[in-house]
Ligand binder design. Structure first.
Ligand code: DGP
Length: 117
């Protein structure tokens, strides 16, 4: 899928917006969230523009799996694996999705409650 010019995460992927990248490969990019909600807060995005999980289809199966594995690797690298961490995907407006480029949040380094707010 072609990059979306209005999409801030596509701009980060294109190198037009700065980001503190912590991991990248041919399918995904991981970088620090600009408004961290925990001591560790990393976003993981697919390299192609996928607006939300609702837009995903069979062709996205591999990248969705890669994103979860990268979440696990990032958690290990940032030493939040042993204490536990949270992986979140907000999908759509009621869930609080504010950037329409699908992303996983990896959050750690503090206590999280359930259910989330
Ligand atoms: P969500 O609400 O689930 O769509 O999360 C979007 C996240 O993206 C939010 O935690 C803040 C983060 N974010 C928004 N704009 C930027 C940006 O320009 N750079 C970075 N690094 N993070 C951003």
């Amino acid at each position: 899928m072609t990059p979306n010019r209005q999409c801030i995460f596509c701009q980060i992927l294109a190198g037009k917006m700065p980001a503190r990248v912590v991991y990248e490969d041919d399918a995904v990019l991981a970088f620090e969230d600009i408004r961290p909600q925990a001591p560790v807060h990393i976003l993981i995005i697919p390299r192609h523009h996928l607006a939300s999980l609702s837009e995903a289809s069979k062709k996205d199966e591999a990248v969705l799996g890669r994103m979860l594995l990268v979440a696990s690797e990032v958690a290990r690298d940032r030493n939040i694996e042993a204490q536990g961490y949270r992986v979140v995907a907000n999908n759509g407006s009621l869930a609080g999705q504010s950037v329409d480029h699908f992303h996983l949040h990896v959050l750690g380094g503090r206590l999280f409650h359930w259910p989330p707010g």
